[in-house]
Write a protein that binds this ligand. Structure first.
Ligand code: 5AD
Ligand code: SF4
Length: 475
């Protein structure tokens, strides 16, 4: 057996890719391990979206170099691979800055990773210090060449249906690191969904950098949009929940919006980044929509699915953003009422148009705006969660909680819910919870259960399981 350690940074696309790298390396005898120090192959699956994410990669490589030296002192060979978007964007720089790195491989060529690993292993055996780079963009080879996803018997699974982006927002590296938009054929997506369901997934999240730009071909060669793909995927035996991320406001078409009304499996949650509430800034960002367009889309979504939870991404301190522009963002947030959101200070990314702009904002201005925006978003998130108290909702139980009697899952609205499986008075303490009870709790993982929400915090809910608790008899 050879040990494989993968560290994944960034978005869910990378989580999916890391699993695919595990799949593609398994035939070489690699098994995943949590122990970086003991690894024969150490992969960093990196993110390039903001400067901070990139800095983290370089500092981690520094730490892993020490592990590699230790391994070498013990007579073991350890290979270090940098994969993902930093690899794509800065291959040469990585090799120059980090001598410990053996292989650099971009997101489009993971199917070639086994050959690269074998070549590097062989080279090291011969005493050669040769290093390897593969950051090509072979047209749509990736999905055709990767083996079928093995599935990980998890109740919830990711499924990449689309990669890349043609939108070229002026702040964003994605079109450069992930390339042009490609959509996988419908049959391939449906086959993978069935496979994941057979492995135990009840929920799938369809992934893409621009997932709602999906336009894969069906059996008859016709282009199919995401709305219709969801309608078909919902028929997969065993799949009860479908989510998708990340969407662009311009691609929220009628068919997709109405899927939220018509398809019970399509969950009432949508991550729809707007980035800014100022039309001037949106234009400079090349977002190709106005704040009005965005608000109209939200209205349509709410008409189709009244309780839909909206999530978003925001950038503050984009070059030239005035106080007034920033106020417009706060206004938009107030108008929408977000269930949750991510917000970032603008980070200057080399090679993107906005990085060249002369009117960059000073760091303290960005920090102050970010703090104000996050305060408002946090308030909204708490409000959204508090509105769930007293309600009943279906929760997909995904894992054990911190406390012995708790399981953790997600509500339809994507809130984390800590579920107490039995009424408190019947629950043994952590110390007395014997193996049998532990197993009984774990056996509920992977079920969708009815839960009554009893309290709410900013980041999660607490609930009581209705279905699984024994019927209460009148005292
Ligand atoms: N600076 C700050 N945030 C960025 N994002 C993308 N590029 C940048 C950047 N240069 C954010 C956007 C995007 C999310 C994934 O990351 O909000 O939606
Ligand atoms: Fe980046 Fe814009 Fe494409 Fe999203 S739509 S990946 S922000 S370029």
């Amino acid at each position: 057996m050879r040990r494989l350690f993968i560290k994944t940074y960034g978005c869910q696309m990378n989580v999916y890719d890391s699993e695919r790298m595990e799949d593609v390396l398994a035939p070489l005898g690699f098994e995943s391990s949590d122990d970086a120090a003991a690894a024969d192959l150490l992969i960093l699956n990196t993110c390039h979206i903001r400067e901070k994410a990139v800095e983290k990669v370089y500092s981690d490589i520094g730490r892993y170099r020490i592990l590699k030296e230790q391994a070498s002192a013990e007579g073991r060979q350890m290979l270090i691979v940098v994969a993902g978007c930093v690899a794509q964007a800065e291959a040469e720089e990585i090799l120059n800055r980090a001598k410990a790195v053996d292989i650099v491989v971009g997101p489009q060529t993971y199917h070639r990773l086994p050959a690269l690993v074998e070549q590097a292993t062989e080279a090291r055996r011969r005493g050669s210090r040769q290093r390897y780079i593969d950051t090509e963009f072979p047209a749509s080879e990736k999905f055709d060449r990767l083996p079928a996803a093995t599935g990980r018997s998890a109740p919830t699974a990711f499924l990449t249906i689309q990669e890349g982006c043609d939108k070229f927002c002026t702040f964003c590296v994605v079109p450069y690191t992930r390339g042009m938009e490609i959509s996988r054929p419908v049959v391939d997506v449906l086959a993978e969904a069935q496979h994941l369901a057979d492995q135990g997934a009840l929920e799938i999240t369809l992934l893409g950098q621009n997932v709602n730009a999906y336009h894969g071909r069906d059996e008859r060669g016709r282009e199919t949009g995401l709305g219709d793909l969801i309608r078909r995927a919902a028929k997969t035996d065993g799949i009860e929940r479908i989510r998708y991320t990340t969407s662009h406001p311009r691609d929220m078409d009628e068919s997709l919006i109405s899927a939220h009304r018509e398809v019970p499996e399509c969950m009432p949650y949508l991550h729809l980044p707007v980035q800014s509430g100022s039309d001037r800034v949106l234009k400079a960002m090349n977002r190709r929509h106005t704040s009005g367009d965005y608000l109209r889309t939200i209205d349509k979504l709410r008409a189709a699915c009244p309780d839909i939870a909206i999530s978003g991404d925001f950038i503050v301190g984009f070059p030239g953003e005035s106080d007034q522009d920033f106020e417009a963002t706060l206004e938009l947030v107030s108008e929408v009422g977000y269930a949750q959101a991510y917000s970032f200070k603008y980070s200057r990314r080399p090679g993107t148009p906005a990085a060249e702009a002369e009117n960059q904002l000073p760091e303290p201005v960005k920090a102050e705006r970010l703090a104000r925006l996050q305060e408002l978003l946090n308030q909204q998130q708490l409000q959204f969660n508090e509105a769930s108290v007293g309600r009943r909702m279906k929760v997909l139980l995904e894992r054990r909680g911190k406390h012995a009697d708790q399981l953790v899952g997600r509500s339809p609205h994507m809130q984390a819910v800590h579920v107490q499986v039995r009424p408190r008075e019947e629950t043994p303490s952590a110390e007395t919870l014997d193996d049998l009870s532990q197993a009984a709790y774990s056996s509920h993982i992977g079920k969708i259960v009815e839960v009554e929400i009893v309290s709410a915090g900013p980041n999660s809910l607490k609930g009581r399981c209705i279905e699984l608790s024994p019927a209460r008899t009148a005292a």
